[in-house]
Design a protein around this ligand. Structure first.
Ligand code: MN
Length: 260
């Protein structure tokens, strides 16, 4: 406690110097996981040149960590910035922040259970945001989708002429409201947002949201619209089981992504 306070004070006093690189006050394990998450999600085709992943600060719940504006595949620990819940950079040192950082700040603000967030344009998910066919759990690894996946309509809040981006706090708050307590929300004509109780859970869900969407599209075509989805009980039970298993794909994905 005292040590954190001292670290914080040093950071404040040294504003403008290298010591003000605030993420140093976050645990190095958290930063390492966030870097790995960036690389994994790029390697798995969830993020490309765009999209981002954040983590709530492990010592201050009113702050979060997010890379500077750059391609996720190239993120290293030195690129991680710290933000407050208004999505203002702390000790930004001239680094450019993602335009859509408000997605993160506004969701962390309203949902204390959320400890990590992925925003992506992962391609197989996009159709489900635009055709009125709900994204549903098609196999056990998509069980977390069982509670329903809301679709965020930016026109309801931003009017008919936005560039589709969540580029201010009001749009971030509207998206957070649309997401509610769900693990995933689709963003019509843009992408999706996935949350988790850890970086690993958010990554797991982001990868399997993309896989589920791909499989569901295939099944709908093959079955000409007739598909047996997991029912609510199956989805819930599968999600419970999977939440104890996420370390296994994480280690695999991480080894592959960091070997590049
Ligand atoms: Mn986006």
């Amino acid at each position: 406690m005292l040590r954190n306070l001292v670290t914080e004070l040093i950071g404040v006093l040294a504003t403008g110097s290298a010591a003000a690189t605030s993420p140093r006050s976050a645990g190095s394990e958290l930063i390492d996981d966030l870097v790995a998450a960036n690389r994994i999600l790029a390697d798995q085709g969830v993020l490309d040149g765009f999209g981002h992943v954040s983590a709530r600060h492990d010592k201050d719940p009113d702050r979060f960590l997010l890379a500077r504006s750059m391609a996720p595949a190239l993120v290293t620990a030195g690129d991680i910035m710290e933000f407050d819940l208004d999505s203002n950079a702390i000790a930004g040192r001239g680094r450019t922040a993602y335009l859509e950082r408000f997605i993160h700040g506004e969701i962390y603000r309203v949902n204390p259970n959320v400890l990590a967030i992925v925003h992506s344009h992962s391609p197989a998910v996009i159709p489900f945001g635009v055709v009125g066919v709900p994204l549903r759990p098609i196999f056990h690894l998509g069980g977390f989708l069982g509670g329903g996946v809301p679709v965020f309509e930016i026109r309801d809040n931003g009017g008919p002429a936005t560039d589709m981006l969540i580029r201010n706090p009001a749009l971030g708050a509207a998206l957070a409201k649309s997401l509610g307590a769900a693990p995933v929300a689709l963003m019509r004509g843009h992408g999706n947002v996935v949350v988790g109780r850890s970086i690993r859970e958010a990554v797991f869900r982001a990868v399997y949201t993309e896989v589920n969407a791909r499989l569901q599209s295939e099944a709908l075509r093959l079955g000409q619209g007739q598909v047996v989805f997991l029912n609510e009980d199956e989805a819930h039970a599968a999600a419970e089981t999977n939440s104890g298993q996420i370390g296994r794909p994480w280690e695999l994905w991480k080894a592959k992504a960091l070997a590049r």
